[in-house]
Design a protein around this ligand. Structure first.
Ligand code: URA
Length: 208
C-alpha cells in the first residue's frame, strides 16, 4: 500500500494549529477543510491528462485535460463531512457517496448503517475522506462496501493516521493509496490517536 505523509509546510503548519487544546470550533472546522483541500491536491497529482485542441482567443490551441475516471468523494459520517468541501474545491463536479458506519457493541465489528453511493461508482475514482485513521475499522469497512459495488480505484485521505490503523488497512486493502498530514505515535487504550487531535467529530460539529 502506498502511504504518503504530506510534508508540505502549509499542511504541517495548519495541522500544528489543529493540535492546540483550546482551538475553537470555527477554527478547527476551517482547518479541517483547508488541510483536506491541500491533501487532495497531493492525492490527485497522478491523474492522467490528455491533450485536446480547443478554440482559443487567437485560434486553435492545444490544452491539457484530465482524462479517465470521474471522481466520487466518499465522506465517512460524521467527521468526514468536515473534509468534503476541501475535496470539492478542486473537483466541484464530483459526485458524493456518503457512508455511515457504526460499531456493533457485541461483536465490536464495524457495520454500515447508511450508504448512498454514486450509481456509477464502478466507473469512478473514489476519494474517501475521514479525519482520523485510528483502528482502521470504519475505513476498511467502507472500502469493503465500495469494492462490493465494483469500485476498483480508491484513495483514502485522512488528516492523522495511527500506525495501528495503517497496518490494518495495509493488510485488508494493500491496493489502495493513503494520504495523510501525519502518521502519529500510537492509539491509547480508548482508541484515541496520540498525540492526535482529540475527537475530530466533536471538534468539527461543536458537540461534546
Ligand atoms: N476518532 C477521533 O475523532 N479521534 C481519535 O483520536 C480517534 C478516532
Amino acid at each position: 500500500m502506498q502511504v504518503v505523509e504530506v510534508k508540505h509546510p502549509l499542511v504541517q503548519h495548519k495541522l500544528g494549529l489543529m493540535r492546540a487544546k483550546d482551538i475553537s470550533t470555527m477554527e478547527f472546522r476551517t482547518l479541517t477543510r483547508e488541510v483536506g483541500s491541500l491533501l487532495t491536491y497531493e492525492a490527485t497529482k497522478d491523474l492522467e491528462l490528455e491533450e485536446v485542441e480547443i478554440s482559443g482567443w487567437n485560434g486553435p490551441v492545444k490544452v491539457q485535460r484530465i482524462k479517465g475516471k470521474k471522481v466520487t468523494v466518499v465522506p465517512i459520517l460524521r467527521a468526514g463531512l468536515g473534509m468534503m468541501d476541501g475535496v470539492l474545491e478542486h473537483i466541484p463536479s464530483a459526485r458524493i457517496s456518503v457512508v455511515g458506519i457504526y460499531r456493533d457493541e457485541e461483536t465490536l465489528k464495524p457495520v454500515p448503517y447508511f450508504s448512498k453511493l454514486a450509481g456509477d461508482i464502478q466507473e469512478r475514482l473514489a476519494i474517501i475522506v475521514d479525519p482520523m485513521l485510528a483502528t482502521g475499522g470504519s475505513l476498511i469497512e467502507t472500502i469493503n462496501l465500495l469494492k462490493s459495488k465494483g469500485c476498483t480505484s480508491i484513495k483514502c485521505v485522512v488528516l492523522v493516521a495511527a500506525p495501528e490503523g495503517i497496518k490494518a488497512l495495509q493488510e485488508a486493502h494493500p491496493d489502495v493509496e493513503l494520504y495523510c498530514a501525519s502518521v502519529d505515535d500510537h492509539l491509547n487504550e480508548h482508541g484515541y490517536i496520540i498525540p492526535g487531535l482529540g475527537d475530530a467529530g466533536d471538534k468539527i460539529f461543536g458537540t461534546k
